[in-house]
Write a protein that binds this ligand. Structure first.
Ligand SMILES: [Zn+2]
Length: 261
């Protein structure tokens, strides 16, 4: 094949002396009537990567201890259930079904961007008598470390979205994502008439341990007045859901379960 190609090339050479074998000139060069590319095309835009990123505001450090002013217990002997990071179309309805079956009420710490996507779920939460808690617009773990006007804007936006779904909704609580509280976020929440809701019992269901582990952790740690942290959003909550029936039955029997007020 190589020899044949060479032969074809040599034969062609006799005819195509100027062009050569394989072509020495480009089509553009062979067509002098075409305008130069620069005249036909708009100029290249200036490369954007050289534009400097705006400097990131420095985050204030997290305090070593939790700030004062956090709600950490129910104030009564009964315990409270809290569900964070929803509303979620896969899990929130199932959690609501469990709560209804057990005849207990809980507090839902909702994420504003999720409320925007699923307003009907928020309506169901309120309709079935549960409490609401603002859990920031987009679950910003560093929100408490940001400038105060940013904190305020985030909390206001989230509460506004909640009230867009349920116009007369009461939002008496704020919970900082990750429990990464600062004095500033507690202050802003207070100015917006929200108490800062922490927790007493964290079975770490977000890390997806088996349902039996979630149940055991709650049972072991719950005391009179405990606030129990669980999740109905933010990922696969099958284990939390599976734990609910036994967990709620245990808490009802041992302490009673009441909605936070
Ligand atoms: Zn959360």
């Amino acid at each position: 094949m190589r020899h044949r190609s060479l032969l074809t090339c040599l034969t062609g050479l006799a005819v195509l002396l100027a062009a050569g074998c394989g072509g020495s000139g480009t089509p553009e060069a062979a067509a002098p009537s075409s305008p130069p590319p620069s005249a036909a095309l708009p100029p290249e835009p200036a490369p954007s990567p050289t534009r400097a990123e705006p400097p990131k505001p420095k985050l204030r450090p997290l305090p070593k201890k939790l700030p004062t002013g956090l709600v950490r217990t129910t104030g009564t002997a009964k315990v409270a259930l809290t569900f964070d990071d929803g509303p979620d179309p896969a899990w929130t309805p199932k959690v609501l079904d469990r709560l209804k079956a057990a005849k207990v009420h809980a507090t839902f710490c909702v994420v504003g961007s999720q409320v925007r996507k699923h307003p009907a779920l928020l309506q169901r939460i309120v309709r079935e008598g549960h409490q609401l808690c603002n859990h920031s617009w987009n679950h910003d773990m560093d929100l408490g470390r940001r400038p105060v006007p940013e904190i305020r804007a985030d909390l206001v936006r989230t509460s506004r979205e909640i009230r867009r779904a349920v116009p007369d909704a009461k939002v008496p609580f704020y919970r900082q994502p990750g429990g990464r509280w600062t004095t500033e976020v507690v202050q802003v929440a207070k100015q917006l008439d929200m108490r800062s809701l922490h927790w007493t019992v964290d079975p770490q269901d977000w890390a997806k341990p088996p349902a039996a582990t979630i149940e055991k952790r709650v049972k072991r740690s719950a005391r009179p007045g405990s606030v129990v942290l669980l999740h109905d959003g933010g990922g696969d909550r099958a284990a939390t859901l599976a734990a609910c029936a036994n967990l709620i039955a245990d808490l009802k029997r041992d302490h009673g379960v009441a909605r936070l007020t």
